[in-house]
Design a protein around this ligand. Structure first.
Ligand code: 8YV
Length: 312
C-alpha cells in the first residue's frame, strides 16, 4: 500500500477510507515529527491536509518522493503551489461542494449582525425582556447595497441569496465578468464607498493580502458593515479593530481571522461585531462531501487517473 502523510485529523469516514487504501502516518499524533520524517519521509508519496494546515515548506522538503497533495478545503493559500509545480507535485482541493454552506453562512452572519441576533438572544436569557422591556430596534438588509469582493463560485451563490433578500448586488474582482448581471467596480475603495455591506470572499494569496485596507474600511464607513468569510489575511485586521472601536466602521461579522484560532480580544467586548470560529463550510453534509473529494482525488492519483478537482 502506498505510504501517505496525514497532517491533521479528518472526519472518521475519511480516515477510514484513507486507512483502507494506504499506510497512513498521522503527523499530529507523533511526538517526534523530525524522527518520523527522517525515517518514513523518503517513502511518503502523498499528503492529506486541510486548508488551514496546508503543507509547511520544511515538511515538503523532507518528502523527496512526494507526488500528490489532497487538501480538504477550497482555499490552498497554505500550500506553496509554485513549489509544487516546480517539483511536479499534483494538488487537489474541494471546490463547489461547499458553495451552498458558505453562502448560507454568509447570509446568516449578515442577518445576525444586522438584526443583532446574538445580543437579542442574550437579552432574553438574562431576563432583560421582562425586566427592561423591548429590545432596541435594529437595521434591515432589504434594499441595502451589497458589494462582493470576489465573485467566484461562492460569491455568485452569495449574490443569488442576497437578491432573494432584495439587496442590490455589485462586485469587485480581478476583472469584469461579462456574463454577470451585477455592476462591476474596477476600484475596491470606490465600491466600498458605494455600498452598505462589503462581503469578502476572494481567495487568500499574496495578491489579495491586505487589500481591504484602512482606506477601504474608512470608505465603507460608520454606517457600513464588513463580512469576512474568506481569509483573515485579506483584511488589515489592526485597522479593522481600530475603526470598529472608534466608530469609523459600523460593524463586522467575521468567520476568519489573521492568526486563527487567535482572535483580537478587543473584539469580545464590542456590540457591533459577530464572531464565528471559521465555520463557513462546517456542516455535516458539506464536510462529508469535502472528505469524499479528498479520498477520491487520492484514489484517482494512485490509479493513474486525472485528479477530479485539480489545482495543479
Ligand atoms: C476549512 C476553508 O475550514 O475551504 C476552505 O478554504 O477555509 C474551510 O473549508 C479549511 O479547509 C480547514 O479545514
Amino acid at each position: 500500500m502506498p505510504e501517505i502523510l496525514q497532517i491533521a485529523p479528518m472526519m472518521p469516514h475519511v480516515e477510514a477510507a484513507l486507512g483502507a487504501a494506504h499506510t497512513v502516518h498521522r503527523l499530529w499524533e507523533l511526538p517526534d515529527r523530525a524522527a518520523l520524517l527522517a525515517e518514513a519521509g523518503p517513502r511518503i508519496r502523498a499528503v492529506a491536509t486541510n486548508g488551514h494546515a496546508g503543507l509547511e515548506a520544511g515538511i515538503m522538503a523532507a518528502l523527496p518522493a512526494l507526488e500528490m497533495i489532497a487538501s480538504y478545503g477550497v482555499g490552498y493559500d497554505a500550500i506553496d503551489i509554485a513549489a509544487c509545480k516546480a517539483r511536479g507535485i499534483k494538488v487537489s482541493n474541494t471546490p463547489d461542494v461547499l458553495n451552498d454552506a458558505m453562502a448560507e453562512m454568509t447570509l446568516g452572519l449578515m442577518i445576525a449582525l444586522c438584526r443583532r441576533l446574538p445580543q437579542a438572544d442574550a437579552y432574553v436569557r438574562a431576563g432583560r425582556w421582562a425586566a427592561e422591556g423591548n429590545f432596541p430596534l435594529t437595521g434591515e438588509l432589504t434594499a441595502r447595497r451589497l458589494g462582493i469582493l470576489g465573485l467566484g463560485r461562492i460569491g455568485k451563490e452569495i449574490a443569488r441569496r442576497a437578491q432573494a433578500f432584495r439587496m442590490e448586488v455589485v462586485y469587485h474582482g480581478r476583472s469584469r465578468q461579462a456574463d454577470q448581471p451585477y455592476p462591476f467596480y474596477a476600484d475596491l475603495e470606490e465600491m466600498a464607498r458605494a455600498v452598505d455591506w462589503l462581503v469578502v470572499i476572494a481567495p487568500g494569496s499574496p495578491a489579495t493580502e491586505g487589500i481591504v485596507s484602512r482606506a477601504v474600511l474608512e470608505a465603507l464607513g460608520p454606517e457600513g458593515c464588513l463580512v469576512n468569510v474568506a481569509r483573515g489575511s485579506i483584511v488589515d485586521q489592526d485597522a479593522m479593530v481600530d475603526l470598529l472601536g472608534s466608530g469609523g466602521l459600523g460593524g463586522a461579522a467575521l468567520d476568519v481571522f489573521a492568526e486563527e484560532p487567535q482572535v483580537p480580544e478587543t473584539l469580545y467586548a464590542m456590540e457591533n461585531v459577530v464572531l464565528s470560529p471559521h465555520q463557513g463550510s462546517a456542516t455535516v453534509k458539506t464536510r462529508m462531501a469535502m472528505g469524499d473529494l479528498v479520498v477520491r482525488n487520492m484514489a484517482a492519483h494512485f490509479a493513474g487517473d486525472p485528479l477530479l478537482t485539480p489545482v495543479c
